[in-house]
Write a protein that binds this ligand. Structure first.
Ligand code: THU
Length: 146
């Protein structure tokens, strides 16, 4: 397994791509737009924004929109090299728990994740750091009879 070095990625390019994805956010209820990009094995950026709903629950966050879009476009779980997320927050945005679980499912634990805000603040983290102790496929082993 190749371990990606986060220094390899250009922070400005990633955050600008995420910011452009945010421009498409459909947020009539919260007014809080978020943008996300996931880079695939070929270096292509798959982008997503949050898409809200009057029933609230069906709302899809930017991170999940981008990842589901990439998978639907034929990209494979585990191939993503880096992700970036941006929102208009005081500190760099922090992904919700549901998106963290989805990232655990579809991204390698050591994949770098760049979190930013519109002021230019950012911080690097990884999928594993975002959700320690995640429930994964290895927890789905059949129950052994006692
Ligand atoms: N949201 C995201 O899209 N990503 C995050 O990381 C945090 C929250 C969205 C969900 C909802 O549309 C709005 O932000 C307010 O919670």
């Amino acid at each position: 397994m190749v371990t990606e070095d986060r220094r390899e990625w250009d922070v400005k390019t990633l955050l600008e791509a995420a910011r452009m994805a945010r421009d498409h956010a459909y947020v009539p209820y919260s007014g809080f737009g978020v943008g996300a990009v996931f880079m695939d094995a070929d270096g292509h950026l798959h982008s997503g924004c949050n898409v809200e709903n009057a029933a609230y629950g069906p709302t899809n966050c930017a991170e999940r929109t981008a990842l589901f879009r990439a998978i639907a476009d034929g990209r494979k779980p585990g191939e993503f090299r880096v992700a970036a997320v941006i929102g208009d927050t005081d500190a760099p945005i922090t992904p919700c728990g549901v998106c963290r679980q989805v990232m655990v499912e579809l991204c390698r634990p050591d994949m770098p994740v760049l979190l930013g805000n519109l002021r230019g603040d950012y911080r690097w983290t990884t999928v594993a750091e975002l959700l320690p102790g995640a429930f994964t496929s290895t927890d789905l082993q059949p129950q052994r009879s006692s």
